[in-house]
Design a protein around this ligand. Structure first.
Ligand code: NAD
Length: 425
């Protein structure tokens, strides 16, 4: 017999959106139950996403800076990399944070249930865990079930040398030759990590530039620096086939610059975007309205088509960013608790943690042009910044887009070392 419990608010998914919603609702006096399918809290971001990747990017940054220090007349010998210790260092960061979350749940008396939650009705969810089943009757629910890596159909996914972001972060080995499919956030961040650890990197990107969502002038300095370091970057190129061989994965391409006859790589990372986890939580059983892309439809208060059920984070669509999910989680919890709040962001910052970092907030020129928004632009090249030159770096740039009549700032874009810190200002 399943255990039966009653709660005021149930939250499905303990990623940054879910745990924020749970904590906020608990702080506002609600009795909260948090359901998570994995034993460790924190979702993709803490376990197999933002946090482990940032830990590894720190390793990459220190290695790269030590190398670059030669321009100041200080040289180190080549680093000795103990891959097991690097992996353990990354994992200790993850465990500290996920363990901290468990403690925060206890402090707030948020009940955590391990298992997959599936709606049976608009007031009941069934949670199937490793050891037991629980039926949770609730007044309000928050769906925060996240997203998963997209796949290119027809590739040999059972070969462990073909990795997604989770596999790449597991850092099983440092391949001699790594192919990264997709020149977006994940592709370029992980390519930077593996490059610093010693891999020869090739990137293929389907569109006509790396980071296709970002403005071309911000991407150019990054593309140049990566172009000097990586073996190849092929834009307007796609992978059509991968054949596992004894000596590696034989990859065939279609595109302007890619080699005819294909090329063999030791490992391949597929980082071609993420898709919402639309299946498996019982959307049909409660008649939830979904978009064509499989996202849950919500209004500005994060309310779904079922009035007592809310949804937040990657499952409601782009941008699939943890800090967006966190804010939406707060909004949903506050609305559930009767506060007048809505998700009305003017500018959601985005940061790509490559070197140089690329960051933007608000309107981009790409969006302004596609929406026909008129704007003025102020640009400051970091070749004139003493702070940047002192790092022996001159490729950065800051630009501000503004309304020419009112001088109101519409958007900001930055590329350069530390752009991700500067964008907050
Ligand atoms: P992305 O959308 O950033 O990049 C995917 C890239 O793959 C795009 O450039 C796309 O044009 C390309 N692509 C698609 N199909 C292809 C194909 N068949 N062949 C070659 N290229 C192809 O997605 P991602 O890098 O997978 O990251 C997923 C999500 O995770 C992002 O939406 C991002 O919001 C989030 N993320 C954020 C950060 C950060 O905030 N620093 C870091 C990592 C991931």
């Amino acid at each position: 017999m399943p255990e039966e419990i009653k709660t005021e608010v149930v939250v499905l998914g303990a990623g940054p959106g879910g745990y924020t919603a749970a904590f906020r609702a608990a702080d506002l006096g609600k009795q909260v139950t948090l359901v998570e399918r994995y034993p460790s809290l924190g979702g993709v971001c803490l376990n197999v996403g933002c946090i482990p990747s940032k830990a590894l990017l720190h390793v990459a940054k220190v290695i790269d800076e030590a190398n670059a220090f030669a321009s100041y007349g200080v040289t180190y010998s080549a680093p000795e990399i103990d891959i097991d210790a690097v992996r353990a260092g990354k994992q200790s960061v993850v465990e500290r944070l996920t363990g901290g979350l468990a403690a925060l749940c206890k402090q707030r008396k948020v009940q955590v249930i391990q298992g997959s939650g599936v709606f049976e009705s608009a007031n009941r969810v069934r949670v199937s865990g490793d050891k037991k089943e629980t039926v949770v009757d609730f007044e309000h629910a928050v769906i925060a079930v996240g997203s998963s890596p997209s796949r290119i159909p027809g590739l040999p996914y059972d070969d462990p040398r073909l990795m997604d972001s989770t596999g790449a972060l597991a850092l099983e080995e440092i391949p001699d030759k790594l192919l990264v499919i997709g020149g977006g956030y994940i592709g370029l961040e992980m390519a930077s990590v593996y490059h610093a650890l010693g891999s020869e990197i090739t990137v293929v990107e389907f569109m006509d530039q790396l980071l296709p969502g970002a403005d071309a002038d911000l991407v150019k300095p990054l593309a140049k620096r990566l172009g000097d370091r990586f073996a190849d970057i092929w834009v307007k190129t796609k992978v059509v086939d991968i054949k596992p061989q004894k000596n590696g994965l034989k990859v065939s391409f279609e595109g302007e610059n890619a080699p005819q006859g294909g090329k063999v790589f030791d490992r391949v990372l597929v980082a071609v975007g993420r898709r919402p986890n639309s299946n498996g939580f019982g959307a049909d059983a409660i008649g939830l309205a979904m978009t064509d892309r499989g996202c849950v439809e919500v209004d500005a208060q994060m309310r779904t088509s079922v009035p007592n059920i809310f949804a937040i984070g990657d499952i409601v669509g782009d941008p699939m960013l943890a800090h967006k999910a966190v804010h939406e989680g707060k909004v949903a919890a506050e609305v559930i608790c009767g506060e007048k709040h809505a998700f009305e962001p003017l500018a959601i910052p985005a940061v790509v943690f490559t070197d140089p970092e690329v960051a933007w907030a608000g309107l981009t020129e790409r969006e302004a042009k596609s929406r026909g928004v008129k704007y003025g632009k102020g640009v400051f090249p970091w070749a004139a910044s003493g702070r940047s030159l002192s790092l022996h770096r001159d490729e950065g740039l800051t630009k501000i887009l503004f309304d020419e009549e009112t001088h109101r700032v519409l958007g900001v874009g930055i590329v350069g070392p530390g752009a991700g810190d500067l964008i907050a200002e």
